[in-house]
Structures are given as structure tokens and as C-alpha cells.
Design a protein. Structure first.
Length: 252
């Protein structure tokens, strides 16, 4: 069970962040409303949500997931693979330091938290445009020191590992086709989302409910059929900036 979440409000220059999506400019007011809904849903799961104010130096700052890898034993502050996002982690570290021992990814290594998929005591580390092998091995060593196993997974068709595969409880994963056949994941029950619904592979399973981006009925219905308590969250404006449900919070 998670007790805490850290989130950061999108700022007025949110639309100046990095994106590869070709879905138009996000509407700021709508993004704020969607962010509020997201925080409300977390609060309804008994989570104490720390909401950081936006920082205009960091248009992508609301995507806090990338700034830390948090376990019950330590918080690893990352060093983003997106140069313009380096520095976002300082505000996150300040909050986490009150709860957990801090570890750090050191230069020149880079790691984005979105590349880390935790399943029980095992951490899958995506090797992507944002997380390099040196970063992965630094992270693996830190995790090992704290008693966790890890392994790497190549990521090429999506931004981060969790863009394409997320844990949704028990032995279940939601994933895109590209990850379904990977040897790392064949031992799991995989809900493979239809190719046109790739975005909905990024679900957030938290304290017994499964958050799904709104508008992906096939994924929503498939999860409900598997017995999930599904909550739909409007994500259209974050999707325009390549962000998904997991990206908007750090849970611990
Ligand atoms: C970026 O490109 O860094 C942001 N626009 C989106 C980050 C999404 N984060 C995530 O998938 N963990």
C-alpha cells in the first residue's frame, strides 16, 4: 500500500516541454483540471498527496516520476537523460529526504524514472534514449546494496519502459505488443492493448484500484473483466506532451 505521493502542478509554460506526440498544443486550463482530478483520485485511495508548485524553469516538471526511483528502503534521485530536465530533481529530493535515505545517480550517467518498472522486489531498468548503461549499472548497484534485484530491458519503440509496460497487480502487466513477447515478461499474465490504444498500456495500479486513461474502452473493459476496480482519468493534455498516468506522481 502506498501512503504518500509527490506531484507537481503543470505551469503556464507546460506546452513548451519536450514532446514527440503530434496531437497539438495542450490547453493549460484543461491540463490543470486533469491534474486536479488525478490528485483527487490518489487522495481517494488514502494517499497523502504533496503538491509542489510549478517552477517556470522546468516546463516538463509535472512529470515527476522521472526524477526518482523510490523503494521502501531508499530513494534514488535520478539524473535525467533530457538535459533540459536536469535540476527538476532538487525539489523532489527535498521532499523525499524527510522520509527516506537518499542515494544518487552520479554524472555522467543518466536515468529517467519512467524507465524503471518495479514488480515486487525486482526492478526492470529500461535502456532507452533517457537511461544509459552506466546509469542502469549505477542504479542496479544501489538497489543491490538495499537488497533488490534488477535487470535491464532494451527500449526502442517508446519513450520510457513504462510507456509500454506497467504492472497492474499480482502477476499482471498491461503492455504494448512490442513488450508482450519479450523473454523478460513472458512469465507474467499480459494484457496486450490494441496497437491503436498503445497509450493505455501506461496504467497506474495503486492501493487496489487501477487508473486507466479515459477514452480507451477496450483496455478499461479488459481490466474490469479481470476483476480490476478501474478508475478512468482524463489525460488528453498530458498525452500531448508524451506523459502518461505513471509519470505524474512518485508513490511511496
Ligand atoms: C519528456 O519528454 O520528458 C516529457 N515531455 C514527458 C515525460 C514523461 N515521463 C514518463 O514517461 N515517465
Amino acid at each position: 500500500m502506498f501512503r504518500h505521493a509527490i506531484v507537481r502542478k503543470p505551469g503556464p509554460n507546460f506546452c513548451d516541454g519536450i514532446t514527440t506526440a503530434d496531437l497539438g498544443r495542450p490547453d493549460y486550463e484543461r491540463a490543470l483540471a486533469q491534474h486536479e482530478q488525478y490528485c483527487r483520485v490518489l487522495g481517494e485511495q488514502g494517499i497523502n498527496v504533496t503538491i509542489l508548485e510549478a517552477d517556470d524553469r522546468y516546463p516538463d516538471g509535472c512529470f515527476v516520476e522521472d526524477m526518482a526511483v523510490v523503494t521502501p528502503r531508499c530513494a534514488v534521485i535520478t539524473r535525467s537523460g533530457a538535459l533540459v530536465r536536469q535540476g527538476e530533481e532538487a525539489a523532489i529530493e527535498q521532499v523525499l529526504a524527510a522520509y527516506l535515505p537518499i542515494e544518487r545517480i552520479e554524472p555522467p550517467a543518466v536515468v529517467d524514472g519512467g524507465d524503471i518498472l518495479q514488480i515486487a522486489d525486482h526492478f526492470y531498468i529500461g535502456l532507452s534514449r533517457r537511461t544509459d548503461p552506466v546509469g542502469a549499472s549505477q542504479l542496479a548497484a544501489i538497489l543491490k546494496k538495499h537488497g533488490y534485484e534488477s535487470s535491464t530491458v532494451p527500449v526502442d519503440s517508446v519513450l520510457h519502459l513504462q510507456t509500454g509496460v506497467t504492472w497492474v497487480g499480482g502477476r499482471q502487466l498491461a503492455c504494448i505488443e512490442g513488450f508482450a513477447a519479450r523473454s523478460e515478461f513472458v512469465g507474467f499474465d499480459r494484457l496486450v492493448v490494441p496497437p491503436q490504444d498503445d497509450y493505455s498500456a501506461n496504467c497506474l495500479h495503486v492501493n487496489g484500484v487501477t487508473l486507466v486513461p479515459a477514452g480507451f474502452d477496450a483496455t478499461r473493459d479488459a481490466l474490469a473483466k479481470l476483476g480490476h476496480r478501474v478508475v478512468e482519468v482524463e489525460m488528453s493534455e498530458f498525452r500531448k506532451m508524451d506523459g502518461g498516468l505513471t509519470c505524474l506522481s512518485i508513490l511511496f
